[in-house]
Ligand binder design. Structure first.
Ligand code: NCC
Length: 276
């Protein structure tokens, strides 16, 4: 199949991925006693638009990057899972507008999701690897991790903090775009938080800088900038089709290749800034 150009890929993402979050009026949640804990409006209505946004991957190559002040200059900053800022400000900045977390982080004992102060700042957005093209009912009854139990507990402890759950449809709409960009079949696992967060920010911002998703000259086997754990799979993927995700992001990058090499920085346009 003919490979799509960068602009064509951008139009596919814009036209075929609907960025939305669960709302309390959606079945089955509208029928559940706790359903009213969900926001009444989708995230993209409640938040933004922002002029400039930064997406900060958790890659080990952020270490010694000195990118912190550049990252903090953006109007909104997205971070992932258990990635901290305290003690790492010089390299990753201090501002957190949105934290995108997978359901494993919410459920596993290692992350102290219900008690750690790490999760108390900014807007939380959670997601769970929903089965391929399942509807909300099907997913509700077999989530990968107990995302809804943990959501209810967290919400009752922090009722004032905005907390959204990604519509699982979005995972597979993004996945289709990764597959369509490739000749060979890719594994049917949802995209990493990194790509989901990038697409989310493209729907909220005029311009998006993504840091160390495409690795810079600092590329390392160190998995995360905040942990002494070495595994190349963190950068190239195993469960997630991460290498293919990176290939796609490379093709839609509007910035110079040199920015990737020196800053691990990619520049993407917000969906509202171009027409197709
Ligand atoms: O590692 P993780 O991701 O939290 O990283 C967030 C996003 O940053 C990008 N990344 C990270 C490390 C690296 N060396 N290179 C990168 O490009 C990726 O885009 C990644 O998505 C996830 O996607 O949610 C993931 O979560 C972890 C883990 O659940 C959490 O960190 C909590 O411990 C997954 N690891 C395991 O399940 C062991 C990881 O596969 C994906």
């Amino acid at each position: 199949r003919p490979k799509l150009s960068g602009p064509e890929l951008l139009c596919r993402l814009k036209g075929r991925v609907r960025v939305s979050t669960l709302t309390s009026d959606l079945a089955p949640f509208s029928e559940l006693p706790w359903g009213s804990l969900l926001p009444s409006r989708t995230l993209t209505i409640d938040l933004g638009p922002f002029k400039t946004c930064a997406v900060v991957s958790s890659a080990g190559s952020l270490k010694h990057s000195g990118l912190g002040s550049e990252i903090d200059q953006h109007d909104a900053v997205l971070r992932f899972n258990a990635a901290p800022t305290a003690g790492y400000e010089k390299d990753v900045g201090a501002k957190t507008t949105i934290r995108l977390i997978n359901s494993q982080v919410m459920a596993s004992d290692d992350h102290y999701f219900l008690s750690s102060a790490l999760y108390n700042t900014g807007i939380l957005v959670a997601w769970d690897p929903a089965p391929y093209s399942s509807d909300l009912n099907e997913w509700y009854n077999k989530t990968d991790y107990p995302i809804f139990q943990q959501y209810q507990k967290y919400r009752s402890m922090h009722p004032e903090q905005p907390f959204y759950i990604l519509h699982p449809r979005m995972e597979w709409q993004v996945w289709e775009q990764i597959q369509d960009n490739m000749a060979e079949p890719i594994q049917r696992n949802p995209p990493s938080s990194g790509l989901l967060g990038t697409v989310l920010m493209m729907s909220l911002c005029e311009a998006v800088h993504v840091y160390e998703f495409l690795p810079s000259q600092r590329k390392t086997k160190l998995c995360h900038y905040y942990q002494q754990f070495y595994d190349e799979a963190c950068t190239v993927g195993a469960y997630h089709p991460l290498l293919y995700e990176k290939n796609l992001v490379k093709r839609i990058n509007l910035g110079p290749d040199h920015d990737i090499y020196t800053h691990g920085r990619v520049t993407l346009p917000g969906f509202d800034t171009f027409s197709c």
